[in-house]
Design a protein around this ligand. Structure first.
Ligand code: SD4
Length: 325
């Protein structure tokens, strides 16, 4: 009992004011995505609506590898993965979805109107069509067609480190190299709204030239995205198989629960991957990005070159993440 006779309430004790609203997203392509999310967050909107709006924005960008403009699998088919999670641990996801423009909104529909979390492939498409989503033409973008033709010559599955970072590769760099090598572009974003509620969303066409049917980390709750409204939220980008192996974003959130800052939590998750097989880790990229309940954010990657975008009342900019190797 307190001195006034009231039972004491356990409120979190923050030394500095909580920074909110705030949205953070993977890569430099996160800047316009954040701007879209910010329209909602700055009007006292909900974080779940903000992250969905951000993901929709980038799915509409045909020049970006997220969404139907993305690179195909080895059979020449674009298959999309997406997930969304809100402050109540409601979550929904789709994987291997074909010919639907906004997988993130289908994921939200799975979250809100089914008893399930993940729908895949033909079933996910059927669900989308039954819920009013339009079937798009089965067609690769011009960039993807060109890259795929080049890639078919050698047909080698070899993800390139940081290909998502257009700024690093030059402002007008194409999404692929001369021999057709290309990865993917994953947009992961997490946000906290004025009510201190956290949500996150991820959308991607996954790794370019993957085996048809392959699912990466992006639509897997706890791998590509995890939100715990008491603690924080995290998302990831890079080689999904490595993230799945350590339940990456769940691990990051658990590290934050144990008192680590977002940056340190991301670093420790990267170390999990690197410490197991340093030689292999040296050939690939994984980056984690996290936001805690105080509005503090941080990222860490295995390799140099992972960047992320931040928008709050105090800033609107791209940051470079620290790296292990
Ligand atoms: C995947 N993690 O499908 C995704 C790819 C990615 O930036 O992040 N690209 O494994």
């Amino acid at each position: 009992m307190g001195s006034l006779g009231f039972a004491s309430i356990n409120l979190p004790k923050f030394s500095s004011p909580v920074k909110k609203p705030i949205v953070v997203s993977t890569w430099d392509s996160g800047m316009p995505v954040n701007a879209e999310a910010w329209k909602i967050l700055s009007n006292s909107g909900k974080s779940v609506d903000a992250v969905e709006a951000g993901a929709i924005y980038i799915e509409n960008d045909i020049n970006c590898c997220v969404g139907l403009g993305g690179f195909p699998d080895r059979d020449g088919i674009v298959t999309l993965d997406a997930c969304i999670m809100d402050e109540k641990a409601n979550c929904g996801a789709v994987a291997g979805l074909e010919q639907i423009k906004h997988p993130i909104s289908v994921a939200r529909k799975v979250m809100e109107s089914t008893p399930h979390v993940i729908l895949v492939g033909a079933g996910a498409q059927q669900f989308a069509l039954e819920n009013g989503f339009k079937l798009e033409e089965k067609k690769l973008s011009d960039d993807a067609t060109k890259a795929y033709k080049e890639w078919l010559i050698k047909s080698k599955y070899q993800p390139e480190i940081n290909i998502e970072n257009k700024k690093q590769n030059g402002p007008f760099a194409p999404n692929f190299f001369d021999d057709g090598t290309a990865n993917h572009d994953t947009m992961g974003l997490v946000a906290m709204d004025v009510n201190s509620d956290l949500s996150g969303a991820v959308t991607t066409s996954g790794m370019a030239y993957k085996i048809h049917g392959r699912v990466g980390d992006s639509p897997i709750i706890g791998a590509g995205l995890f939100v715990d409204n008491e603690i924080g939220a995290a998302t990831s980008s890079g080689v999904g198989e490595e993230v799945i192996r350590i339940c990456g974003t769940h691990l990051v959130v658990e590290f934050m629960r144990n008192g680590y800052s977002p940056e340190m939590a991301c670093k420790k998750a990267c170390e999990r991957i690197v410490n197991r097989d340093r030689k292999k880790a040296a050939t690939l990229q994984v980056g984690f990005l996290a936001l805690n309940k105080k509005g503090e954010y941080g990222a860490y990657a295995i390799q140099k070159g992972f960047v992320f975008s931040v928008k709050s009342n105090d800033e609107n900019q791209i940051h470079s993440s620290k790296f292990l190797i």
